[in-house]
Design a protein around this ligand. Structure first.
Ligand SMILES: Cc1ncc(COP(=O)(O)O)c(C=O)c1O
Length: 408
């Protein structure tokens, strides 16, 4: 064998085989098609990024001669930023983390990785609502966990289905959920289900991993108490500043029982040791000046308008037999196609007509979702939304015609 022929794939660890790693990268690739109208990718709109303020903030930090911003940080986070995030949680959620309940992470995806590292042995059971965030599926699968998909409806995770699994003796170590403006479903968990979920975690002894990536991007008021405030003894909340500040800063938090948080901090020591100190200090200064809250208000306004435009366009253009969710926050609407259509095939045709979306299958851990697709309105300029939906509707209509033709 020559060096050029050699493949290293057989040497890769078993846990990395089987396509676990490619999902997010292929979505990022679709989202990167500059010519198409981009309904793929859950990206915040760059117009929300605080470019001008950042210049001042960086200068202020450097001028203050505070070397902590350029130094390694403690693994759990710098004291000032921790105090700032803690204060925000207290103000927003009515519960301030007590000692050892909070850490700073390099984004939510890292918090999920740390939870996997701290809790999961091969074959352990993790429950997820389905469809769900692809990054979470990838993170848990990379620890060779068994994933059980729980059904959802317009009120979020169906608690009866969870209860039935638990009563059958299937008790997960972790249950992962996105209660607010879910990715990709665009729905939120209704209030009474939140209480019941926490109660079940206590009764059966499992940890809820609550992902609040879109919680603060609510268009019509709050969705309900966060699970962590309802059950700080059984919930690890993973939050992110990616959609609120900017994703390039790679910052988030994990809040949970001190025993768990200290295990996550231990796991973080040999992932990246600490989240970047400069980003932590920028976040703190930006936030303490009231600028983050202002940015969130403006972002909500922008995304609410785009969401309304998309819902109006879907109503106007989509052929009979297509349905979609009606988000009240976040970035996504989840579309169900007429039976027999394959969203992955449509994605190729749609891209050739200048519109991209993400087909549904990667959002299920068990291969369902062929007749679903996710539309993200967050990064599509207002004037392109209707045109994008029109193009997509035409692709669906043609495929429906072909599939009916094939049946007759
Ligand atoms: C539900 C959910 N959680 C987490 C993330 C990623 O967060 P971060 O950028 O902090 O890793 C995303 C981003 O798409 C998301 O949709």
């Amino acid at each position: 064998m020559t060096v050029a022929d050699r493949s290293w794939a057989e040497k890769f660890a078993a846990r990395t085989r089987g396509g676990v790693g490619g999902g997010l990268a292929s979505i990022l690739a679709l989202a990167g098609d500059k010519k198409a109208i981009p309904f793929a990718g859950g990206f915040p709109d760059p117009s929300t990024f605080p470019e001008h303020e950042l210049t001042d903030l960086v200068r202020g930090i450097i001028d203050a001669n505070d070397s902590s911003a350029l130094q390694y940080a403690p693994t759990g986070g710098l004291p000032g930023p921790l105090d700032y995030i803690s204060g925000r949680l207290g103000a927003n959620e009515g519960r301030t983390p007590t000692d050892g309940e909070l850490m700073i992470t390099s984004g939510t995806i890292e918090a999920l990785e740390l939870a996997g590292k701290a809790f999961l042995d091969p074959g352990d059971l993790v429950m997820v609502e389905a469809p769900t965030y692809l990054g979470a599926i990838m993170a848990f699968k990379s620890f060779q966990a068994d994933l059980e998909a729980l059904p959802m409806d317009e009120g979020g995770l169906q608690i009866e289905a969870l209860e039935a699994s638990l009563a059958d003796g299937r008790i997960p170590k972790l249950l992962y959920t996105i209660p607010d403006h879910q990715n990709p479903g665009g729905v939120s968990l209704v209030a009474d289900r939140r209480e019941r979920l926490v109660e079940l975690a206590r009764r059966y002894g499992f940890v809820i991993v609550e992902d609040v990536a879109y919680r603060e991007l609510s268009f019509h008021g709050a969705t309900g108490a966060c699970l962590w405030a309802l059950g700080p003894d059984v919930v690890v909340q993973a939050g992110t500043f990616s959609k609120l500040f900017f994703p390039g800063v790679r910052l988030g938090w994990a809040a949970g029982p001190p025993e768990i948080v200290s295990q996550l901090v231990l796991a973080k020591q040999n992932t990246d040791q600490c989240a970047g100190a400069l980003g932590q200090r920028l976040l703190e200064d930006y936030g303490r000046r009231g600028l983050l809250d202002r940015q969130i208000e403006l972002s909500c306004e922008l995304y609410r308008q785009r969401c309304d435009l998309m819902l109006a366009a879907l109503g106007e253009h989509m052929p009979n037999g297509v349905s979609w969710t009606r988000p009240r926050g976040g970035f996504f609407s989840w579309v169900t196609l007429p039976p027999g259509l394959d969203a992955a095939e449509l994605a190729v045709v749609a891209q050739s007509r200048g519109v991209t979306f993400v087909p549904g299958a990667p959002f299920f851990p068990d291969g369902r979702g062929a007749d679903n697709l996710r539309l993200s309105y967050s990064r599509v300029e207002d004037h392109l939304i209707s045109e994008g939906v029109r193009r997509l509707a035409a692709v669906i209509e043609e495929a429906t015609g072909r599939s009916r033709g094939g049946e007759s």
